[in-house]
Design a protein around this ligand. Structure first.
Ligand code: ADP
Ligand code: ZN
Ligand code: ZN
Length: 831
């Protein structure tokens, strides 16, 4: 029996607000909402003086907050939760582990389309009767506004046929002639397709016959009808008419048929209707040929299975071209048949391509795709599709781990060594692979990590028995790994046989590949034309005004650009320092290589793939497609060309500046070099009939790391590296936390960093706190940076306690009145 008193209880809700504040906020639930409000639903609340924002309910209870008077929730947006319990648990974990606010996690997790925005609307003020105050133009606009209940800015602009009405509206508001108010609006817009179909009276055979002959005198209309019937054979299947036909089919060719169609609609023969369609319907569905796993794939599949029986995480170490994807596909199928959801993570750039098309062929419409290049509407579609069960399987980039799963059975992290799984900015600075492992644990699901070149961390866990380990050591279909050729650039330079960046050996091979009509990939991990310009007289160097870094010369757009802050400048004709005209470019990036190829091999069809050529939504796909169809002979690119691409006809890969990669000043340099060079080499010779070759230009061919790459000796590299990691206390033996102190004044920045380091040293000890030290680029966007690196042993230290100590000390600095304006970035497990 419900008593009257129970109805009287006032409810409160703890809300996650998508803003960087440490705590949840408690709001009061209005009576009318009490019965409907659910954890995980979105609400609208006022935050601060005049901000209205979307928040998510984390808790409902009856305890008023002690510190403040709770405000009322303004609106409840969802009847059913839009954030699952699993997600709430995960968001909390991420915020605690990565030392950030849960609101920041929510903010990154939720597509903007699910966050409500408020839109200004305009209404005339009925009390206003001083029309003589208005200008003619204002009076004209006000008259239009009066004709409608309310209007948006855009609507007003359209009505009066002017683009810029802001100033006039402002003046009208000032004169109290109109009222502005905020309307809360859902940003997500479903994709709608206009269709047409025959109206009911014309679907019977007899009426259709009559109709056809009655149109004899209007051949255009008759043509429309015939075209409709050829797509939709209504004669035998009246139910087909129900689905109708895309209207665009008729409007494609000419305006004539469009007007004929309009006439038929007016006559009541056709009717128009709209349907909501999936935004992913463009990606070809196709039917997939039945694939039989090879023997080694089958073995790997079974071993993974056995391993999952006792381990939560399994590492699949399979060389490039071993056919890991097909193994994944079998595992995904199995998990889906078992009734659980599956998440397949891929690094950013690999996603738009081949692998997605391949997966879609197998999984069709039950597969959702979550990509950063997709619009917000598309992301909302995936989010909602998971909630209502449409997508049981999602393939996505790192942020896909925040999607509303409630029943995961398997997470696959392909290319698990990829650094793009780590988010740098803004917080949460999470590593999607590591979060995936935790998330799987929460769902009681399994995680499969896959790579040809695993991260040292993952391989270490596999060796120590924490993870299962399954290896694939052969390429699919007996294709051999490519053969390597090291080109000594020092020697060639001495003999003067280099043509700019191209050694004679590389050129020879490029030419013969071209003659054999085989394709080549050229790799240079630097974009732009040249990393800087320099004056030959006074050695002035082009530098960014905001950052301590040189400006890269981009030839095509004739600009100098900062790759750190985006600053752009015109290319100077003379040296800004001494006025000399002898300003030259130094060093080379992908743009220069492309440019030189046009001169050196004029007949070659060259394409470039880097950040600059792939900004547009489909640019990446187009470059890939053209290459795939043989329209390109040589593809020049940055890291983008090294990731997951699978082409039949690539028999050669050329690597320009291996030394710059190998000697990058960072403790992971060898691991990274091995991964990067092995991955890019792995694009060559993926078919058994065309053995591939890889040419590496280096000033020092005797380097051990090159030998390991050539021998495909991952284990050798691992064993050498792991010794050093242990000796110098680096991961996987320690966990790293990097604190970056920023301030516009160099001395203040340094002082804050020094004080912080001293405070940390007190408890953590000198050996665990390195720095402060300026990073490679000391100034970015006018802020001076100092890094403090904290190394915490995996075994001996209570990580959680250490982290909260660190956080406390950071807050000490941030709230120190003597050091104002300091920013501190905390990066847990920095990479
Ligand atoms: P990896 O990801 O391990 O580098 P892929 O999964 O891209 O390798 O496979 C390499 C190539 O071999 C692809 O072109 C793929 O289509 C082909 N392949 C792999 N397994 C099979 C199979 N069982 N049957 C037919 N083709 C396969
Ligand atoms: Zn000069
Ligand atoms: Zn800059």
């Amino acid at each position: 029996m419900t008593s009257l008193f129970e109805d009287e209880i006032t409810l409160f809700a703890d809300l996650i607000l998508p803003v960087p504040v440490p705590r949840l906020f408690t709001y009061r639930v209005p009576r009318t909402m009490a019965e409907m409000i659910k954890v995980g639903a979105r609400v609208i609340v006022q935050f601060g003086k005049n901000r209205v924002i979307t928040a998510v309910v984390a808790n409902v209870h009856s305890n008023p907050p002690a510190q403040y008077q709770a405000k009322y929730i303004l609106e409840l947006l969802d009847d059913e939760p839009i954030v699952t319990n699993h997600q709430l648990e995960l968001f909390k974990w991420v915020s605690e582990y990565y030392l950030c606010n849960i609101g920041e996690v929510l903010n990154v997790a939720m597509p903007a389309g699910l966050k409500i925005t408020s839109q200004s609307r305009i209404q005339h003020n009925p009390e206003f009767d001083y029309e003589e105050l208005l200008t003619d133009q204002e009076r004209y606009i006000l008259d239009e506004i009066k004709k409608h209940a309310t209007l948006s800015y855009e609507e007003v602009a359209r009505l009066v046929n002017q683009t810029n009405i802001t100033a006039i509206i402002k003046s009208l508001v000032g004169k109290h002639a109109v009222i502005l108010f905020e309307e809360v609006k859902e940003r997500y817009q479903p994709k709608v397709v206009k269709k047409i179909r025959l109206t009911a009276p014309f679907t019977s055979e007899t009426s259709l016959m009559q109709l056809t002959s009655s149109l004899d005198k209007t051949p255009k209309q008759q043509d429309i009808l015939m075209r409709y019937l050829s797509h939709v054979p209504v004669y035998n299947h009246t139910e087909l008419n129900q689905k109708g036909l895309d209207k665009t089919i008729f409007s494609k060719d000419d305006g004539v048929s469009d007007s004929a169609l309009q006439t038929l609609i007016k006559k009541g023969v056709f009717e128009q209707f709209e349907i909501i369609v999936s935004r992913f319907s463009d990606i070809p569905l196709g039917s997939s040929a039945e694939v039989n796993l090879s023997k080694s794939q089958q073995t790997a599949f079974e071993q993974i299975h056995q391993s999952f029986a006792e381990k939560e995480v399994v590492l699949l170490h399979g060389i490039t071209g071993s056919g890991k994807t097909e193994v994944y596909i079998e595992l995904i199928k199995q998990a889906l048949e078992g009734g659980t959801q599956v998440l397949f993570l891929l690094p950013e750039i690999a996603l738009t391509t081949q692998i997605v098309v391949r997966l879609r062929k197998v999984f069709g419409d039950q597969m959702g795709i979550y990509h950063s290049k997709f619009s917000d509407n598309e992301r909302v579609e995936v989010w909602k599709g998971i909630l209502d069960g449409k997508f049981q399987f999602v393939v996505g980039v790192r942020s896909a781990i925040f999607l509303p799963f409630d029943n995961l059975g398997l997470i696959i992290v392909d290319e698990e060594h990829e650094t793009s799984y780590k988010q740098h900015d803004p917080a949460p600075r999470y590593h999607a692979r590591d979060v995936a492992v935790i998330m799987a644990y929460m769902h009681k699901a399994k995680t499969l990590l896959g790579s040809a070149t695993p991260s040292l961390e993952s391989y270490f866990h596999a060796r120590s028995g924490r993870y299962g380990l399954v290896e694939m050591t052969e390429r699919f279909g007996n294709a051999a790994l490519p053969s390597f050729l090291l080109v000594d650039t020092k020697k060639e330079k001495k003999q003067r046989t280099m043509k700019n960046e191209f050694s004679s050996v590389l050129l020879e091979h490029l030419e013969s590949n071209l003659n054999n009509k085989e394709q080549t990939i050229l790799f240079q991990n630097r974009r732009g034309y040249s990393p800087y310009m320099q004056c030959e007289e006074c050695s002035w160097i082009s530098e960014c005004n905001n950052c301590d870094v040189s400006l890269t010369y981009h030839m095509k757009v004739r600009e100098l650009r900062c790759h750190y802050c985006g600053h752009k400048e015109e290319v100077p004709r003379n040296c800004p320092a001494c006025g000399s005209t002898r300003v030259k470019t130094v060093g080379y990036g992908t743009e220069k290589i492309e440019d030189e190829l046009h001169l050196l091999l004029p007949s070659a069809r060259v394409q470039r793939m880097d950040l600059d050529t792939t900004r547009a939504k489909n640019a990446y796909q187009q470059i890939i497609q053209e290459f795939e169809q043989g329209g390109t002979d040589i593809l020049v690119g940055t890291q983008m060309v090294s990731k997951g691409l699978d082409f039949d006809n690539v028999s050669m890969v050329g690597i320009f500046d291996a030394d710059r990669i190998i000697h990058f000043p960072e403790f992971r340099a060898s691991e990274r070099a091995f991964q990067m060079l092995t991955q890019v080499s792995g694009r060559a010779g993926r078919r058994s009939d065309k053995p591939g070759k890889v040419l590496i230009q280096t000033a020092n061919p005797a380097q051990k790391i090159l030998e390991r790459i050539i021998q495909n000796d991952y284990v050798g590299m691992y064993e050498a590296e792991i010794v050093e990691r242990e000796q110098f206390h680096y991961p996987p033996f320690t966990r790293l936390i990097k604190l970056t102190v920023k301030h516009i004044d160099e001395a203040t920045s340094k002082r804050a960093a020094t004080v912080l380091a001293e405070k940390l040293t007190v408890n953590l000890g000198k050996s665990r706190v390195l720095g402060p030290e300026p990073p490679l680029v000391e100034r970015v966007r006018n802020q001076f940076l100092f890094d403090i690196l904290i190394k915490l042993e995996r075994e001996k230290i209570n990580f959680k306690a250490a982290k909260s100590f660190i956080q406390e000390k950071v807050i000490d600095i941030l709230t120190d009145k003597t050091i104002k304006g300091v920013h501190i970035v905390i990066d847990v497990d920095c990479v």
